[in-house]
Design a protein around this ligand. Sequence first.
Ligand code: SAM
Length: 226
Amino acid sequence: MPTLYVVATPIGNLEDLSNRARRVLGSVDLVLCEDTRVTGKLLSALGIRASMQALHQHSTSARHARYIELLREGKNLALVSDAGTPNISDPGGRFIADAISALGDDLKVAPIPGVSALTAALSISAFPADVFTFLGFPPHKKGRKSFFDRLERIEHTIVFYESVHRAQKALAELVRVMPSRQLLLARELTKLHETLYRGTPAEVTAVLEADTIKGEFVFVIAPKKL
Ligand code: SAM
């Protein structure tokens, strides 16, 4: 039966790629990736030669249909995103849904699990993670204020992603809506400049302002009652 492998890739440190992921990426007929240049670099660093085609959030249904046809012919495909786990604030879900609805029981969809910035940050947060809310990225403009207003009403651990351009603005919103809640701001996880900032939003802001604001960030907010 053809298999669509959904493969997690490293978010910084190449050693985090599992042996199974390496084997699958090296053995499938085609790797579907968000950006062939990004995945091309990963594959060449790993010494893997593979055919690649793009599959991203703007991919059309016609493109999906082409890849589904390959699966129908019995080809095995791997789906990756630029970094981390596909479909976690990344493309993937829509294509997987289309493939399942086209091929049903004639398709095997198999996860090759591994790194996600979400679980990496939660794992070191020291906050309870048996129950948590993951909110992806805050909206850029419309709905941004209500996104942050809503956070205050969530009693358990909260995780969200933010780009480098908006990390400071997000902190300012947290100072406004939850000044006394504890926070972990995880920067550049698994990379050379990995840095963890812990404290209240105001404390983290003060330290971050003295630091270089570069890189990728995950916000983890402690439950209301720790
Ligand atoms: N699917 C990916 C995953 O499973 O981690 C997330 C993709 S999302 C488009 C990219 C966001 O993830 C970044 O803006 C940042 O918030 C977070 N992120 C990715 N890599 C990171 C890293 N090494 N350190 C901290 N945050 C990271």
